[in-house]
Ligand binder design. Structure first.
Ligand code: OAD
Ligand code: ZN
Length: 245
């Protein structure tokens, strides 16, 4: 991919960058994007009907099993060149914040350090009642595992529809978006708030906004640079064009 000369010059001089990623960044690792049809057993459900407090209250075992299935599906999944390019980018930029909507943990797995998981992490499990985190649980148990401390049901540590985002992560994401010189929106349809509004916070503070996505999104008309294609190809190309590696 060719990048405009002014874009390359600007990026080379940047010291503060914020990046928001979505499911598109993990697509080349073999993970379905959020709005892809679910496969197999889960095809008849909509993710929104499984990832909500109401769904968990209605049928905790069904919801627990859906996340156990997703954790199982994650076992062979590895970061792709897009994740690794973001690890390299972080090493080159003094103030670099990686904000992700993804719950797959692949950015940390790839080696990214300053990661804000706005929607939580599917590999973490906490008590739905007292919030205690637990490391050990049985994914194949007949019933939903319960908390050793209070007996409450365990649940994945992810943000469900209708739930608030973790306050500390959201605050840090807003601050990073407001302070950055360059804001990247990568692999996200930009449909879900409040993550989608981070690009506007960056724009309002005069940041250069860049979109890297397989297809145009509602954000596309408002960005300074839009590169449409696979993030696993564009990001390594970008590192090479700007820093030669
Ligand atoms: P979406 O599935 O809404 O959007 C993924 C975007 O990635 C789409 O615009 C695709 O075109 C693009 N895409 C697909 N493959 C790509 C690739 N190889 N390279 C670059 N782009 C690619 O997923 P998100 O935007 O992440 O929240 O969804 C945001 C949130 O919506 C999720 O975190 C989830 C959902 O509600 C919660 O569960 C709270
Ligand atoms: Zn508990």
């Amino acid at each position: 991919m060719n990048f405009p000369a002014d874009f390359i010059r600007f990026l080379k001089a940047a010291s503060r960058i914020a990046v928001l990623t979505g499911a598109g960044v993990s697509q080349e690792s073999g993970l379905r994007t959020f709005r892809d049809a679910q496969t197999g057993l889960w095809a008849q459900y909509k993710p929104e009907d499984l990832a909500s407090p109401e769904a968990f209250a209605r049928d905790p075992k069904l919801v627990w099993d859906w996340y156990a299935w997703r954790r199982e599906a994650m076992k062979g999944v590895r970061p792709n060149p897009g994740h690794y390019a973001l690890v390299e980018l972080e090493k080159k930029i003094p103030q670099f914040t990686l904000i992700t909507q993804n719950v797959d943990g692949l950015h940390r797995f790839a080696g990214s350090q300053n990661v804000l998981e706005l929607h939580g992490n599917i590999q973490k499990v906490r008590c739905a009642d007292c919030g205690t985190f637990t490391e050990e649980w049985g994914d194949d148990s007949e019933t939903v595992p319960t908390c050793e401390k209070c007996g409450g049901l365990l649940r994945p540590d992810v943000v469900w529809f209708g739930e608030a985002l973790p306050r500390a992560e959201l605050e840090a994401a807003v601050n990073a978006s407001r302070a950055c010189q360059v804001y990247f929106s990568i692999g996200t349809s930009g449909l879900v708030q409040p993550a989608a509004s981070l690009a506007h916070a960056a724009r309002n503070n005069g940041s250069v906004v860049v979109e890297i996505n397989a297809e145009p999104t509602p954000l596309t008309p408002k960005v300074d640079f839009a590169f449409h294609g696979k993030s696993g190809e564009i990001l390594p190309d970008l590192l090479k064009a700007v820093w030669g590696d």
